[in-house]
Structures are given as structure tokens and as C-alpha cells.
Design a binder for this molecule. Structure first.
Ligand code: A3P
Length: 436
């Protein structure tokens, strides 16, 4: 059955409108056929990914977008709306042109490799102290005398460490329940959480708990949203909400991977207050891999406070990495060795089998081969989001990969040399065992 041009146009426009609305931005000119995605709409590389994933979802078909988006190893800079429509219409009506096995070639940098930065730009102790001052302290919690919850597994990492991939791999093990980012521990109760996250920048972070409820209770999205709204209306303590997630698991371990927990040591301490023998996976990635990924993801768009700071995106990424790992190491000092494990993203993508077996031994569960096949099954792994995969809280790039990509470990080397890192960052990298 052929798909008409009008149908393609309406869906593609719908995706663009949703994205622009989500950014809370107004365009100078309405979108027309000659509108250019980079120049006129302000697309960054991560936006191409979201755009492609959302269009494929609307038509429920893989279209091989990388052949349109990446040419001569770079994102096409002058792509217009009409060329996207031509491509989508052609692929939908000629599915044999789509090669699902074509490798996703990461674009090579158009810019020169950065090997030096001015001393004034480099992260140092003074800048780091100013950055730490930007992070708002948590509001204190009321004393709680209720018994602790059963054990839980926390995956602790700065953003852009490969935590979505790791979560989805863990979710392949039947002894674990690993939903998308839960964003619970930072709050006292569900009302406080709702008030903090229900805004244009963060409301997708409310989705992980809803997706988890859908899975556990067999609910549709709408019913799970209503359930969550009831918990928020009665200001249910977060600890109680965790219990609702843990009770139906029949001995399976709940995994909570939420990168923002490392931003504040008070949040980490709550894990010890609320759970009996919690287990911690400290996920690490080379600072420059994390920094490059952070820059490409435009994460600062979601953080207005940080956006207004005097730091550039690279400095923010570097200090987020440094701050998160400093907190992790300080917290690790207070945790018995048998409840803490450090794992590297580089090892996960280069030796997934070894890395997952090591994690299973730590968690006291049997290894399962589905763990190393993260794209195999969507529902159990909850990679589909409440409404759409492009809204899954976590890394949208996960959907552009088709398997575990070992080359992703060293991609940053095309962009940066370690000489650009500040001294405190290099110290931390050395402590984590990275060669600087
Ligand atoms: P890059 O932006 O360097 O590609 P997080 O989930 O913690 O935000 O981490 C995101 C990083 O994990 C991104 O790094 C993303 O590409 C990478 N990632 C996601 N799925 C992957 C896969 N299948 N293989 C390798 N890396 C993957």
C-alpha cells in the first residue's frame, strides 16, 4: 500500500512541531518546504536523532535515516524539509532500499581536533568551587521511623556515561527489574517531586515511574498516569512509593539508574537511610567521552539555572563529571566493599559479556545471555517510553545504535586531546584509573 506525499508531510510536520514546542522556542518564520533544519530551526546532532526516531515511530518502520542525515562522514548541514519529505516518501514506498544492516557510522568531526585551551578557560579549583555553588541544596526531610525497604540496586553515574545502555542490559536479566530513570530519591514525597519536575524542561523525567507502573500492574499509559496522580495528590512518601515498586517483584531486585543522584551527597545518604543493604554500581566513563557526549546532547537546554551561568558547555560538562565522581568516591568510603562495584563504560561496550558476568557475580544472580543483546526485546526492557520511544527518559541515542558499539569508547579522541582538561579533572581521572 503506497503512502501519499500529503500523509508524509503531515506526519513530518507533526514531529517538527512537537520538537519545537518541547524546546519552548518560537521560530522567526513558519516552517515551509525550503526551511533548513540547521540554519532555520537550529538542529543539533541530538535533534537529528530525535527527529529520525520519532518519524520512524510514526510510520512504524525503520527507514535507514543515517543515509540521509550523514554524508561524507558529517551531518548534512543544509538539509531542507522538502528533502526529508522526498526521502521518507521514497523509503516508505520502496522498502527494499532500506538496508537494516548498514552500520551506523558516527559522523567524523567537521571541526579541528582541540588540543589546547587558554589557561583562563581551563577548569581549576576556583571555577569548580563556583560551579558547586550553583547546585541547590535539598530541602530537609522529616524524621522517618518506618522500617527500611528491602535491598535495591542504584546505578550511579554522571549523565552521558552510557547508563541507558547499561540499564537496558541489566533489564535483560529475569532476576532484575530495571525501568527507565525513576528520579525519586531526591524528594521526600511524590507531591514535592511532581512540583519540582512538572515543567517544560523536566516533565519527561516523570515518565520512568509511570512506565514502571505500566509494566508491574499491566496498566495502559493513561491508567498508570492516573495512579501516579493519586500518589502525588496524597503526597505519598517516596520511600513508600519505592515499596509499591518493590512489593510485586517477588524477589527480583529493583534497579534505579538516575544520573542526577550523584549531584548531591545528601541524596546518596538517603539511599542508606531508606534501604536495607542497598547495592551500588558506580558507572564510569573517560571524562572526554562524557564531555563530548554531553555537548552533543545539548543537555544544558534542560537546566535553565546552569544555562545562565558564565561557564561554557564544555566547562559545565567537565565539572558535572568531576563533581559527580567526587561525590561518588566520598560516598563509597562509607559503604562496605561488598556493596559497591565500579564498572567502566569502555569495558561494557568492548567486553560486554565479561562486564555483565562480573556485575551478576556482584549482585548475587545468574548471568543471562539476553543481557548482552540489548536490542532484542523492547517490552521487558521498557525502551519504548510511555507514549513513544523518543520520549523515553534516558538516552535517545540508544535508539540510533543497532547493537553494542565498541567504537563508541574512543570516539572522543577524534575531537579532543587530554591536554584540555583541568588539573582537578585529571587527578580524578587518574584516581579512576584512566590514562591522562
Ligand atoms: P555518545 O554520545 O558518546 O555516543 P547515558 O545513557 O548515560 O546518557 O549515555 C549516553 C551515551 O551512551 C551516548 O554516548 C550513547 O551513544 C551511548 N550509547 C547508547 N547506546 C549505545 C550502544 N548501543 N553502544 C555504545 N554506546 C551506546
Amino acid at each position: 500500500m503506497s503512502v501519499s506525499r500529503a500523509e508524509v508531510e503531515s506526519e513530518v510536520r507533526g514531529v517538527l512541531d512537537d520538537m519545537i514546542e518541547e524546546w519552548g522556542e518560537e521560530l522567526d518564520e513558519p516552517i515551509g518546504m525550503e526551511t533548513k533544519l540547521v540554519e532555520d530551526v537550529g538542529f543539533a546532532s541530538i535533534d537529528f536523532v530525535q527527529f529520525a526516531v520519532a518519524i520512524e515511530e510514526r510510520f512504524n518502520a525503520k527507514l535507514g535515516f543515517q543515509q540521509l542525515l550523514i554524508q561524507d562522514g558529517q551531518y548534512v548541514q543544509d538539509l531542507s524539509v522538502s528533502s526529508v519529505l522526498d526521502f521518507v516518501e521514497d523509503r516508505l514506498n520502496n522498502p527494499s532500499k532500506v538496508n537494516p544492516d548498514a552500520p551506523v557510522e558516527a559522523p567524523v568531526p567537521g571541526e579541528a581536533r582541540l588540543t589546547q585551551v587558554d589557561e583562563a578557560e581551563r577548569v581549576d579549583a576556583e571555577k569548580f568551587a563556583a560551579f558547586r555553588g550553583l547546585i541547590r541544596p535539598r530541602s530537609p526531610r522529616a524524621a522517618d521511623t518506618t522500617p527500611k525497604n528491602p535491598p535495591v540496586v542504584f546505578v550511579l553515574s554522571p549523565p552521558r556515561s552510557g547508563s541507558t545502555l547499561m540499564r537496558v542490559m541489566l533489564a535483560g536479566n529475569p532476576s532484575l527489574f530495571a525501568p527507565p530513570e525513576l528520579h525519586l530519591l531526591a524528594y521526600s514525597d511524590m507531591a514535592e517531586r511532581h512540583a519540582a519536575l512538572q515543567n517544560e524542561h523536566n516533565n519527561h523525567l516523570l515518565e520512568g515511574t509511570i512506565r514502571a507502573m505500566m509494566q508491574l500492574k499491566g496498566l495502559e499509559g493513561e491508567a498508570a498516569r492516573e495512579f501516579a496522580a493519586r500518589c502525588e495528590a496524597e503526597a505519598m512518601p517516596v520511600k513508600h512509593f519505592y515499596k509499591l515498586l518493590q512489593e510485586p517483584l517477588n524477589g527480583r531486585l529493583l534497579v534505579d539508574k538516575t544520573p542526577t543522584y550523584l549531584l548531591d551527597k545528601d541524596i546518596l545518604e538517603r539511599a542508606e537511610m531508606d534501604f536495607d543493604n542497598a547495592l551500588y554500581i558506580h558507572l564510569q566513563r573517560h571524562p572526554l567521552g562524557t564531555i563530548r557526549s554531553y555537548e552533543e546532547s545539548k543537555l544544558t537546554r534542560l537546566m535553565p539555572l546552569i544555562q545562565q551561568s558564565a561557564f561554557n558547555t564544555r566547562q559545565l560538562a567537565e565539572m558535572t563529571w568531576l563533581h559527580s565522581h567526587s561525590n561518588a568516591l566520598a560516598f563509597a568510603e562509607t559503604i562496605p566493599d561488598e556493596r559497591w562495584i565500579s564498572v567502566r563504560y569502555e569495558d561494557i561496550v568492548q567486553q560486554p559479556d565479561v562486564a555483565m558476568r562480573r556485575l551478576c557475580a556482584f549482585l548475587g544472580i545468574d548471568f543471562h545471555p539476553d543481557m548482552t543483546n540489548p536490542y532484542a526485546e523492547k517490552e521487558q526492557r521498557m525502551t519504548d517510553g510511555v507514549d513513544t520511544a523518543s520520549k523515553m527518559s534516558g538516552d535517545i541515542k540508544f535508539h540510533l545504535h543497532q547493537g553494542i558499539d565498541p567504537g563508541a569508547a574512543s570516539r572522543w579522541e577524534q575531537f579532543y586531546s587530554v591536554d584540555i582538561l583541568g588539573e582537578p579533572t585529571r587527578d580524578m581521572a587518574r584516581q579512576l584509573g584512566y590514562d591522562t
